[in-house]
Design a binder for this molecule. Structure first.
Ligand code: TXA
Ligand code: MG
Length: 325
């Protein structure tokens, strides 16, 4: 069922059920983070491996201190600038957070979502809500309640509809290994904005995969996708395929306009992020043989957009990779 009844969503959550919730980034699949059985349901519904930990969502900074220990000054500064907002911090957890949430890690990922409906829900339940993106593991994240309903509607009792997600791309995840601020997942807050507040930050490039968002194949439509700089050349090279095109600025030559998704005009990457997943969901429904997407400039949000498209492309034509959904 889908609706706008925050009270009903709260009741389901208090009963240990899973509920899809709106956030400013993408829709989440929420459960009471303090209830192991409820959290196990989230993994089950998503078919997500248990070794991939979940983000907890809380109502305010006070609640963060309820579940974590030791906020470094840099973390505090980030919170005062970006919370509520698409910022997820990896912080030492205290004993109230069950192992299943963090996959046994001593760190818990926590954020304060900037969405009035979910903030109200968090206040009503007075619970931390563990919530990964509300898609089957490996597939495209949902940015509307309709996307969630289509993918998971039969597996969960309620989709709380808060309208289309504003940012449209997941939160930026920052940890502090040895005290050094480090981006673990690029997201809706670009690196340069973070550096303006706390100075230079590292970007995690280790071999160990801490996040499924960092595994090669992820955010993948069922349709094979290729990502390229010269989109018109790619269209000519693949003209034997029935294809859809994702681009920005102007239409590309060689494909009719109704088979093209212009994510934004005038280098407005925020609008492109807002539109990206909705375009991919829609394109998957059109049953194209191929999606061709144009690389964004690596500045600001462009870098996170390229990251998502690169992972979506890992399943590309004929490379034999399988999506993990
Ligand atoms: O914008 C978002 O972050 C959305 C909305 C719903 O809040 N959530 C989201 O969750 O994208 P999910 O589960 O799809 O991605 C969360 C990422 C995963 O890559 C996970 O591995 C990582 O966060 N993560 C969660 N807890 C972690 C931890 N304790 N240590 C390291 N990585 C963690
Ligand atoms: Mg996800």
């Amino acid at each position: 069922m889908r609706g706008t009844d925050i009270q009903l969503a709260a009741e389901y959550l208090l009963l240990g059920e899973t509920v899809a919730i709106p956030t400013e980034t993408v829709y989440g699949l929420a459960a009471n983070a303090l209830d192991e059985t409820a959290v196990a349901r989230v993994f089950d519904v998503k078919q997500r491996p248990l070794h991939n930990p979940l983000i907890i969502h809380v109502a305010d900074a006070d609640q963060i201190t309820r579940y974590t220990t030791g906020l470094l000054p840099a973390a505090q500064k980030l919170l005062s600038h970006f919370a509520p907002g698409p910022l997820t911090l990896l912080l030492p957890r205290n004993s109230s957070i069950p192992d299943i949430v963090t996959a046994g890690s001593p760190l818990v990922a926590v954020r304060i979502p900037d969405h009035p409906v979910t903030l109200e829900l968090l206040r009503l339940t007075d619970l931390p809500l563990a919530a990964p993106s509300a898609n089957p593991f490996g597939y495209i994240s949902p940015t509307t309640a309709g996307h969630v309903e289509k993918m998971l509607g039969e597996k969960i009792p309620y989709v709380l509809d808060g309208g289309p997600c504003d940012a449209g791309i997941e939160s930026t995840i920052i940890g502090f290994p040895d005290g050094v601020p480090t981006i673990y997942r690029e997201g809706a807050i670009p690196k340069d904005k973070i550096e303006k507040i706390i100075g230079p930050v590292a970007v995690f490039a280790g071999k160990k995969i801490h996040a499924p968002g960092m595994s090669a194949v992820h955010y993948s439509p069922n349709t094979p996708l290729i990502l390229c700089d010269d989109i018109e050349q790619a269209i000519r090279d693949h003209d034997h395929f029935r294809m859809g095109v994702i681009t920005y600025g102007n239409y590309a030559a060689g494909v009719t306009a109704d088979n093209q998704w212009i994510l934004c005009k005038d280098n407005d990457w925020q609008t492109a992020a807002h539109n990206l997943y909705a375009a991919l969901h829609e394109m998957d429904e059109r049953n194209y043989e191929l999606i061709i997407a144009k690389t964004f400039p690596e500045t600001g949000l462009g870098s996170a957009l390229n990251d998502r498209l690169r992972r979506a492309a890992m399943k590309g034509v004929g490379n034999g990779n399988q999506a993990t959904n």
